[in-house]
Design a protein around this ligand. Structure first.
Ligand SMILES: CC(C)(COP(=O)(O)OP(=O)(O)OC[C@H]1O[C@@H](n2cnc3c(N)ncnc32)[C@H](O)[C@@H]1OP(=O)(O)O)[C@@H](O)C(=O)NCCC(=O)NCCS
Length: 270
């Protein structure tokens, strides 16, 4: 991708969501890249933890993936909990590498949080099953697996990692609501892909935060995202079937060639 995305400066980023912060349409600024964590290229020894960060909703860790679907080395498998090793043994190629990288990232993040290194198994619908009292979410691209963890009483977490390019503008019609399409359409042409990608990524993170409780598929039309240039976004849920909606907070962090979206969902009864 050739165009430079509207990346917020870390110095300007507030530590908490600010209602009323400027929307993406209000600011034409194109500040500098903030994180040197390359997403779309090989850049370290596969399966090593190379990234740890404390974000407002939880501790994030990143693990390098080889990106070529090669067999996971025995030393990396040996770092998993035996129950995770059993799951990994059933997987092959890229899927095996992604699973192992995601679990190693979880382990590193749990360690940084001071939580026990319990196995992260899988729920029936594919969600990671966290240890008691902890919320966990995982995402991976070909060269990086990331996980976020926090105390579950603070909310349910969702995390999504996306590469900035190549641009796929046709995605907009699939993932954006009519109002979002209109908002993106009002931006200068070279900003539209990033504006679409950010909404897509935040919606995927929303899904990961709320689907385990709802126990159903959530469509892209059930959430509307407004991006702010301060690294936060507002999310309006319009859940079908009259399901009670949680309060949702969302943020995004720029990486080198990618964006990391984090979401925290809180239900009034929890
Ligand atoms: C499930 C989904 C979000 C995964 O996203 P993805 O970009 O394909 O893959 P990622 O690498 O980012 O994430 C994969 C991880 O998501 C997690 N995940 C999968 N299903 C999940 C679920 N139902 N709930 C929570 N997390 C889930 C898993 O941890 C998985 O990694 P693992 O299998 O190694 O443990 C995506 O495939 C999907 O179905 N999206 C459509 C639904 C949606 O986003 N709706 C928007 C609602 S607002």
């Amino acid at each position: 991708m050739t165009e430079t995305p509207p990346i917020p400066s870390p110095a300007a980023e507030p530590s908490a969501a600010q209602p009323g912060a400027p929307s993406e349409a209000a600011s034409p600024t194109i500040p500098a890249q903030v994180e040197c964590v390359p997403v779309g290229q090989a850049w370290g020894r596969p399966y090593e933890v190379v990234y740890r960060d404390a974000l407002p909703y939880g501790v994030v860790a990143g693990v390098v993936l080889p990106g070529d679907g090669s067999e996971v080395p025995a030393w990396a498998l040996a770092r998993l909990h035996p129950e995770e090793q059993q799951i990994a043994a059933e997987l092959r190629g890229y899927r095996q590498g992604a699973f192992v990288g995601g679990r190693l990232a979880c382990r590193a993040a749990l360690e940084a949080l001071g939580a026990p290194a319990s196995p992260i198994l899988m729920e029936g619908r594919g969600a990671p099953r966290p240890p008691a009292g902890v919320s966990v979410s995982i995402s991976h691209k070909s060269h990086l697996a990331v996980a976020i963890v926090a105390r579950a009483d603070l909310g349910q977490l969702g995390l999504d990692l996306e590469e900035l390019g190549p641009a796929r503008p046709h995605v907009a019609r699939v993932v954006l609501t009519p109002a979002e399409l209109e908002a993106v359409g009002r931006l200068p042409e070279d900003r539209r892909w990033i504006a679409t990608l950010l909404r897509f990524s935040i919606k995927e993170a929303v899904y990961k935060a709320i689907a385990p409780r709802l126990q159903r598929y959530v469509g892209f039309d059930e959430a509307e995202v407004t991006i702010r240039v301060d690294g936060t976004a507002s999310v309006q849920l319009q859940l079908s079937c009259g399901t009670a909606s949680p309060q949702v907070e969302a943020r995004y962090t720029w990486l080198d060639g990618g964006v990391l979206s984090t979401v925290r969902a809180r239900w009034s009864d929890s």
